[in-house]
Design a protein around this ligand. Structure first.
Ligand code: ASP
Length: 330
């Protein structure tokens, strides 16, 4: 794993949680899925699984008692910000929420490095969502405390990809051998950028379904292709639906369009309905990072294959695992 230039911290010999192996993520930033190996992922998912059991058994516990998270969001968020808050509080820690940067000194013109250097005086870890690609990496260059990328513009959303993969593993048992179809806005959707990269560590087939103007960026196709992953691009879901094990639907990212006329051309192009699922495998899952704005009809929600609400819940356990890990407690 990359160290991101953080000081090397020696893990505590008495880890209070997990299997007592050394804490490989202690003090580290979580910036991109590119930093993970399959071994890292197995470790993260093992901790997330334990978190799931602990939440079911006791709800809240004191693993991170006395620790403080700064939740710094320059873009809107419901799930990522509230699940990080819930994760910290379920682990006994507390949170400085900065969801409305317009009420912070950012609105006075403060730079990202200065805001981050301020918050790390008060907090042990910073979760950052920012509209610019690379903002988390920039913040990490200035911060001594761990930075967790909660979405950097159209770049990456690594914690979402981790929870997406965790969902696949918990629901379908394994990732190897699966055909994963990503549908919708593959150009601006950061979740699919991270997920395609992460899945390329496994023996998967990837299908990309989108209109011409929202195709997966060529650099991601190249990166995934370099791992010898078969990839198919099409405009028609019917071409790939029957062979799909995971259908990952995304929202067209209206806020990223330079010309709203282009958005109007592609909005509402794909809508998953019970009729769509009638053409799909019995054993498959339908995922969505949410929010949905019409891409999945509510009539689908009761289908057992609709995994998007469970997917949100898995996010809590992944974020608990990450916080415990970067703070040296797992
Ligand atoms: N919530 C996800 C994100 O922040 C997906 C979306 O907004 O469409 O990227």
């Amino acid at each position: 794993m990359e160290t991101n230039g953080k000081p090397d911290r020696t893990p505590s010999p008495h880890l209070p949680f997990g299997d007592q192996r050394s804490a490989p993520f202690y003090g580290k930033d979580i910036l991109s899925v590119r930093q993970f190996s399959r071994e890292d992922l197995a470790y993260i998912f093992g901790v997330a699984h334990e978190m799931r059991e602990m939440v079911a058994r006791v709800g809240t516990f004191d693993l991170l008692k006395g620790k403080i998270l700064a939740n710094l969001f320059y873009e809107p968020s419901t799930r990522t910000s509230s699940s990080f808050t819930a994760a910290m509080e379920r682990l006994g820690g507390s949170v400085i929420p900065i969801n409305e940067v317009k009420y912070s000194s950012v609105s006075k013109g403060e730079s990202l490095p200065d805001t981050v250097r301020t918050l790390e005086c008060y907090a042990d870890v910073i979760v950052l969502r920012h509209p610019e690609v690379g903002a988390s990496a920039e913040a990490a260059n200035y911060a001594r405390k761990p930075i967790i990328n909660a979405g950097d513009g159209v770049g990456e959303h690594p914690t979402q990809a981790l929870l997406d993969l965790f969902t696949i593993l918990e629901e379908l048992g394994e990732a190897d051998g699966l055909t994963v179809t990503m549908l919708g806005d593959l150009k601006y959707g950061r979740t699919v950028h991270s997920l395609a990269r992460l899945l390329s560590l496994y023996d998967v087939k990837l299908n990309y379904v989108s209109p011409e103007i929202l195709r997966m960026p060529p650099e991601i196709l190249a990166e995934v292709g370099a791992q010898d992953i078969p990839q198919t691009e099409t405009r028609r879901l019917e071409d790939v639906l029957a062979a799909t094990d995971v259908l990952y639907v995304t929202r067209v990212q209206k806020e990223r369009f330079e010309d709203l006329a282009d958005y109007e051309k592609v909005r509402g192009l794909y809508v998953i309905t019970p009729e769509t699922l009638a053409q799909a495998k019995e054993r498959m899952i339908l995922m969505h990072p949410l929010p949905r704005v019409g891409e999945i009809s509510m009539e689908v929600d009761d289908d057992p294959r609709a995994a998007y609400f469970r997917q949100m819940e898995y996010g809590l356990y992944i974020r608990m695992a990450l916080l415990a890990m970067v703070l040296g407690k797992a």
